[in-house]
Design a protein around this ligand. Sequence first.
Ligand code: NAG
Ligand code: NAG
Ligand code: NAG
Ligand code: NAG
Ligand code: NAG
Ligand code: NAG
Ligand code: NAG
Ligand code: NAG
Length: 562
Amino acid sequence: MRSGGGVSRRRRIPLNFLHGFLLISTIICGFGLLILTIRSISIDPNAGFKLPTITNTTDDNDYDSVSTFDSNTTDFKSDSCATVEEMGEVFAPNEFAIKESLRVRRMIQQHFLLNGAPRVRDLSPEQFCRHGFVLGKSAEAGFGNEMYKILSAAALSIMLNRSLIIGQTRGKYPFGEYISYTNLSFTLKEVKHLWRQNDCMGKYGRPLIMRTDDFEKPGESNVLCSNWRKWNQPVIWFQGTTDAVGIQLFLKNIHSQMRSAASELFGQAGALLSRPNVFGELMRVIVSPSEDVEQAVNWVLSGGVDPDIALHMRMLTNRSVRALQAALSCLKKALLTFQQQAARPRVVLVSDSPSLIKDITPSVQEFAEVVHFDYKLFNGNISSLTSNNAHQLDFRVKDWGPAPRWVAFVDFFLASRVKHGVVSGAHRRVGTTYAQLIAALAAANQLGEGTSPMNFTFLSSFQKNLLSDGLANQVGWGHVWNRFAGPLSCHGQSNQCAHTPLLPPAWWDGAWQSPISRDIRRMEAFGVQLSSLGEINESSLRSYCENRKSFVRTAPIVRQTL
Ligand SMILES: *[C@@H]1O[C@H](CO)[C@@H](O)[C@H](O)[C@H]1NC(C)=O
Ligand SMILES: *[C@@H]1O[C@H](CO)[C@@H](O)[C@H](O)[C@H]1NC(C)=O
Ligand SMILES: *[C@@H]1O[C@H](CO)[C@@H](O)[C@H](O)[C@H]1NC(C)=O
Ligand SMILES: *[C@@H]1O[C@H](CO)[C@@H](O)[C@H](O)[C@H]1NC(C)=O
Ligand SMILES: *[C@@H]1O[C@H](CO)[C@@H](O)[C@H](O)[C@H]1NC(C)=O
Ligand SMILES: *[C@@H]1O[C@H](CO)[C@@H](O)[C@H](O)[C@H]1NC(C)=O
Ligand SMILES: *[C@@H]1O[C@H](CO)[C@@H](O)[C@H](O)[C@H]1NC(C)=O
Ligand SMILES: *[C@@H]1O[C@H](CO)[C@@H](O)[C@H](O)[C@H]1NC(C)=O
């Protein structure tokens, strides 16, 4: 086992040490000690590698199966790179991540008690007119990307202590036929109405103005340079955050107030072990399936118990046999990690490519019951919805598959019912936003006080041909492994079945994280100088921010159509 010495990786060393330590100790009783270790060590770049003394306890059985994943599948023993499974060890289910998720759950509850529509609606005019909002707005493009826009807005509303507005288009919520949204959020229409009713303009001189910041224009975005808590416009819209990354860039904002608001919600950028399931916890509160979708989900389950594991395969119509075989073996591994109560586990299959389902079903049936939504056999209310926007847009078929649009929502909420885990495989892009959100919501659904950490796991399945250049092909920011795709990722890996973060990281501070050159350039546009190992030059970011023209884009809301 590598100890992390040798190669100079400033902030990485202590975490490599942690990584080694995690492996060595399948007995993870010294967890409290561990956390302390991470915190104290990470300050000292020259920390040595003395193992902390830990005492064995008897109740360590829950954690034993961690070692299942440290077995023989890795070809590489190298100091300068890691396999996906090695990178993922830190994301194995553990007590810290659970505690963090529960902490974030309470934080979200608290937020909505304070800033939820029921309370804010009843504020006195003076208080109401001083109150702030964050707008979450999405189109009806790819579900994963669009959902991340809403969830990012919700996260921002927490960071800024404002209320959440979910934008509508011509009186309709995004994906409104398939998704119901929480009544703790506002519509823009209602805010406009209350603004007028309370006469915020006349009595308090507060016009209803929205400040917009476009993440997709890095040269103009204030995500790193401005203290958003000081913005006094009643409504803020942080536009274009189509994945888990955008909102987490606040973790490196030059203003400490923004940094701490972000890390309170997301954790420190480098603390990979204890990432809270922020998006899953948010989704659990904000969205639920519409009645029609719920009806279809229940039809598939036909009164049976919830399924155990979901396998999501994004194939883009490719019939890759290797992808299929890798996924099958990953699925079997996943089934091993939880104590099998049912004799025959139930596995949900979800894919954009119908042929995949056909190809894989017989093999899965050898060890599990297959649960799959065959929309052609379903004749519920939602089936008729297709008549509206009847045909799948042709140019989307390659991307989303040939099934009608609503099927993806049934699949999503069906898969999010699983009790024990999600496996994500693909022809090319593993851990897409859609798969991430399934795993995040399912994990949040299963989480309760006293939940066993080993009860839920998210795994990525890579066939070896995807990894000939390491993770370098996982280029999009929406891909869960993108932040690991740089030079620290080993070339020529064998098949991998790796623990995967429920909250995809946005920076490169953790063990084995490194950027691809495309992202070094992309971050430059935000004013960030990123080293090849992912360290950022804070003083240069600061001077970039100080020297640049500040962009303030505002518009009155009153004149906008809803
Ligand atoms: C802890 O347990 C392991 C395996 O059960 C054993 O090899 C080791 O000696 C124990 N260490 C201590 C300090 O008791
Ligand atoms: C690991 O591989 C070796 C030989 O390659 C084999 O003897 C051993 O049983 C394997 N261990 C596991 C846990 O699969
Ligand atoms: C959040 O806003 C509420 C009023 O809506 C205020 O009472 C509270 O102190 C604020 N909290 C923070 C941390 O700013
Ligand atoms: C808001 O939704 C909750 C949960 O779905 C429900 O219990 C409550 O009655 C709703 N409140 C209003 C005012 O509709
Ligand atoms: C499927 O993917 C493999 C590997 O990327 C490629 O060689 C093959 O041409 C693809 N087949 C189709 C039908 O796209
Ligand atoms: C289907 O739609 C009809 C008409 O709107 C309604 O009466 C019926 O209750 C719906 N069925 C279900 C199962 O939701
Ligand atoms: C783990 O999951 C099983 C099956 O869903 C459940 O019966 C058990 O209570 C869970 N254990 C904990 C500690 O959450
Ligand atoms: C960080 O940036 C500053 C200002 O741009 C520069 O002077 C310094 O050399 C940089 N430090 C490193 C380690 O690159």
